[in-house]
Design a protein around this ligand. Structure first.
Ligand SMILES: Cc1ncc(COP(=O)(O)O)c(C=O)c1O
Length: 438
């Protein structure tokens, strides 16, 4: 398999310029200096071609530069770029109606638009406080909800995110996420591990730390993303819904990474037969144009005029891009994510059977994690091994990103073909073999 010369001379020049001027806080994965992209393929400035199994952190669901998305943005750009959220325009109203129609609850929705995942989480947290008149929250270990001060207080995937930034927002209690591969809690005989986690919340958090009638919301990812692409067991969400109903707590479903068709359904929570009260969406919603949406049941979106707003909310380019994106997801890519996702998971399980270094392959649709272990029995995460696999893959033309302690995420555009899956997985397996020989 051919090794690329990366970074090449043009890339090196830009990397040097970048290092001089760009904030050093960004966690960079690979020295990929992008020139352009088409679907699942990207090219760097030296002409190297890569397959993209990361999609800009699960953002370009419709693939790079989908012509229909590009056209929608161009058409809107010719009319106007901005008017501010003090005024009105059609694409904003259309998108809000569309999101209300596809929201994963039967009730009508109210929609608040912003510019990113963190911002739509901030809006959800503020809305939950405003609506319930309560101040406390529950979130999960391993969670990622963003890096702004409010969202950061819920994020609990790596302590580096908090280092140097304390104090965080008070009133957020963390429970273990229902990770059946590496459970932190002991289940009763025959108990679904998701129910074990809910029992822990009820007995330990609500019983010992915070009265239930002071809890505004429980913020949860339907499939944990940055934490390791962890799919909860079937009992978790039904038990969580019941807990919320028992205590008048809002169930806030963070679909920023798992939503917009990625798992083969529009919203990942639809796999679990439960309706949330508030949904947050960003990343895949607008194919790369920054957009966040906080979608709440109409009966929950009760905050008054002036309570929350922003300059760019309902940005016309983002709305136009999101409308074209949702069309494509509904018409073909959600179905493709389900079908090609199954195909890829089967292929990854075949690879797993040939490599002891893979502890688990897990996921839904095109949100699949490949978890590397030092030992299949102890399941000890092989963090450095995972990073070497990713680096070898990159040097042979495959872009991936890690998540959790030792997982490679498979999160390609939802438009990916089976042939592209085959090509990329061949590189990935080669990278695993190289790493195993080191
Ligand atoms: C589930 C989830 N919520 C929120 C965020 C924050 O999004 P952003 O980086 O756009 O602020 C992320 C980003 O990875 C995420 O995965």
């Amino acid at each position: 398999m051919q090794k690329l010369n990366v970074p090449g001379p043009k890339a090196k020049k830009i990397l040097a310029q970048d290092r001089k001027h760009v904030s050093p806080s960004y966690p960079r994965a690979h020295p990929l200096v992008m020139s352009h992209g088409k679907g699942t393929e990207v090219w760097d400035v030296d002409g190297n071609r890569f397959l993209d199994f990361a999609s800009g952190i699960a953002v370009v669901g419709t693939g790079h530069a989908h012509p229909k998305v590009v056209k929608a943005i161009q058409d809107q750009a010719e009319k106007f770029l901005h008017i501010s959220s003090d005024f009105y325009h059609a694409a904003w109203a259309d998108l809000s109606e569309r999101l209300s129609d596809i929201a994963p609850f039967s009730e009508d929705a109210g929609v608040f638009l912003s510019n990113s995942g963190a911002e739509c989480v901030e809006a959800a947290v503020k809305l939950a406080r405003n609506h319930t008149g309560r101040s406390q929250f529950i979130a999960f270990l391993g969670a990622f909800h963003g890096r702004t001060m409010g969202a950061l207080s819920f994020t609990a995937s790596k302590s580096i995110y908090r280092s140097g930034f304390f104090p965080s927002m008070p009133g957020v209690f963390h429970a273990p996420y229902p990770d059946t591969y590496r459970p932190l809690l002991a289940s009763h005989p025959g108990e679904d591990y998701g129910e074990t986690v809910i029992r822990y919340i009820e007995d330990q958090i609500l019983g010992r730390l915070v009265p239930a009638d002071e809890v505004a919301g429980i913020l949860v990812e339907p499939v944990q993303g940055e934490g390791g692409y962890i799919v909860p067991p079937p009992g978790f969400f039904p038990a969580l819904r019941k807990l919320c109903d028992r205590h008048g707590i809002l169930l806030i479903d963070d679909e920023v990474q798992a939503g917009m068709g990625r798992t083969g359904k529009m919203w990942a929570i639809e796999h679990f037969g439960v309706e949330p009260d508030i949904v947050t969406s960003a990343k895949g919603i607008a194919s790369g144009v920054p957009l966040g949406a906080t979608i709440a049941r109409k009966s929950v979106m009760t905050w008054p005029e002036g309570a929350h707003g922003n300059t760019y909310g309902g940005n016309p380019l983002a709305c136009a891009s999101a409308l074209a994106t949702i069309d494509l997801i509904e018409d073909e890519y959600m179905q493709n994510a389900a079908e090609v996702g199954e195909y890829a998971k089967d292929a990854l399980e075949e690879i797993q059977a040939r490599h002891k270094s893979i502890g688990q392959v897990r996921g839904l649709g095109l949100m699949i994690g490949i978890d590397f272990v030092k030992d299949q029995t102890t399941r000890e995460p092989a963090a450095a091994f995972r990073t070497r696999v990713e680096n070898h893959a990159f040097e042979h033309g495959l872009v991936t990103l890690g998540c959790g302690k030792s997982t490679v995420r498979f999160a390609p555009p939802l438009s990916i073909s089976k042939a592209e899956v085959d090509e990329g997985l061949q590189i990935l397996e080669y990278a695993i073999s190289l790493t195993e020989k080191e």
